[in-house]
Write a protein that binds this ligand. Structure first.
Ligand SMILES: CC(C)(COP(=O)(O)OP(=O)(O)OC[C@H]1O[C@@H](n2cnc3c(N)ncnc32)[C@H](O)[C@@H]1OP(=O)(O)O)[C@@H](O)C(=O)NCCC(=O)NCCS
Length: 159
């Protein structure tokens, strides 16, 4: 069973565990100038990143959820308002990929985005990310490729 759990400190600790166990840092957080892998500095930066972007009221810009699969953290989903649009993002740990979970989480995010009243659902990925591109085109989003960047837009229309 797939559930989106709103991020809080307890969920954040579970999310870090999922990231360390099954994701590459560059797939789930901004680059940190440190040796490769989940070093103490990178773990601390992961926590600081999510606290700043989602948990601290003074700096929060997005809503983040832990993707729980049968009660175990398997990744994260986010929605960030951008003008009249809302930008979505998802990452899953390696074991959770390719099993239809991304598709289900995208549907949940889309429902949240509609609920928020946003006019457009947008996402960006890279040309080589076939999974993300398949997910987004499957929604009926319009995909525009510029160099290595792919920008997806789906109008949400009136409810
Ligand atoms: C991208 C990601 C979120 C997709 O979620 P997922 O659960 O693996 O995808 P699903 O199993 O729901 O599959 C969705 C669609 O993508 C396709 N797909 C999934 N992985 C694929 C791959 N590696 N290559 C080609 N197609 C792929 C599936 O066939 C399916 O298409 P269909 O509905 O037309 O059959 C996930 O793989 C992931 O977290 N990857 C690493 C981090 C990342 O790249 N995040 C996105 C950054 S924009």
């Amino acid at each position: 069973m797939i559930r989106l759990t709103p991020l809080d400190e307890t969920a954040l600790a579970r999310l870090l565990e999922a990231a360390v166990a099954g994701a590459d840092p560059l797939d789930v957080m901004p680059p940190v100038d440190d040796p490769p892998g989940w070093t103490p500095a990178r773990r601390a930066a992961f926590l600081a990143f999510h606290r700043a972007r989602s948990l601290a009221p003074a700096t929060a810009v997005e809503r983040t959820w832990v993707i729980d699969v049968d009660g175990v953290a398997a990744g994260a989903a986010r929605l960030e308002p951008r003008g009249d649009a809302v930008e979505a993002g998802i990452w899953l740990s390696r074991d959770a990929r390719g099993r239809g979970i991304g598709r289900q989480v995208t549907a949940l995010l889309l429902a949240e985005a509609r609920e928020s009243g946003a006019a457009r659902f947008v996402a960006s990925t890279t040309a080589g990310n076939h999974g993300a591109r398949a997910l987004l085109s499957g929604l009926g989003a319009d995909l525009v490729t510029e160099g290595d960047e792919v920008a997806a837009t789906l109008p949400l229309g009136p409810r």
